[in-house]
Design a protein around this ligand. Structure first.
Ligand SMILES: [Zn+2]
Length: 183
């Protein structure tokens, strides 16, 4: 038996004529192979009616946009954090340079090598103390702060650090300056 015309009738997108429908029906009733094809084809069509192809789920666009917004915010945050780190680092570097210049000037204001040595030793001891104190107290705070603090605060902290270093340098100089006279 030739199944071809019935198979093409089964899967045809074109509507069948009354005669074709009749012929197909008769063939399906007598032919197991085409009956199976008819059932399978019906299942395939049902599947695509239930799940329309490539149609995104409801709310897909809004979810995607929400994700995009979150992604952009994160990107911006990373960029801001990087920018504030650059600012922080450059301010700290500037403060350090100013501090070193102050130290050099401070040491130059002494006249004898002994004075330079004594002051240098005192300053070194002070710096060692400061460093160990910073290690104990400051680093956990920094670790906490790096994670939590918004970028605006970094500007304030960096600015404050710079001012603080300058203020400390000036006050140290003021406190120690009279010694030059007494020594
Ligand atoms: Zn057949």
């Amino acid at each position: 038996m030739d199944h071809k015309p019935f198979e093409s009738m089964l899967v045809s997108e074109e509507p069948l004529s009354q005669v074709e429908k009749q012929l197909l029906q008769e063939h399906i009733e007598s032919c197991a192979s085409c009956r199976q094809l008819s059932i399978s084809w019906g299942e395939v069509n049902n599947f695509f009616e239930i799940q329309p192809l490539a149609k995104p789920l409801a709310g897909f666009t809004s979810r995607w946009q929400a994700r995009l917004i979150v992604f952009n915010a994160r990107e911006l945050e990373i960029r801001e954090k990087r920018a504030s780190w650059v600012f922080f680092a450059s301010t700290a570097a500037a403060a350090l340079v100013v501090f070193l210049i102050m130290v050099v000037q401070f040491l130059n204001s002494f006249q004898t090598p002994l004075q330079v040595f004594i002051t240098g030793a005192a300053m070194f001891a002070g710096l060692v103390n400061l460093a160990s104190a910073a290690q104990v107290a400051f680093i956990p705070i920094v670790e906490l702060v790096v994670v939590r603090v918004p970028s605006v605060w970094w500007f304030a902290i960096a600015g404050s650090a710079c001012i603080l270093i300058l203020a400390l340098t000036f006050s140290v100089r003021r406190i120690l300056y009279p010694r030059r006279v007494s020594l």
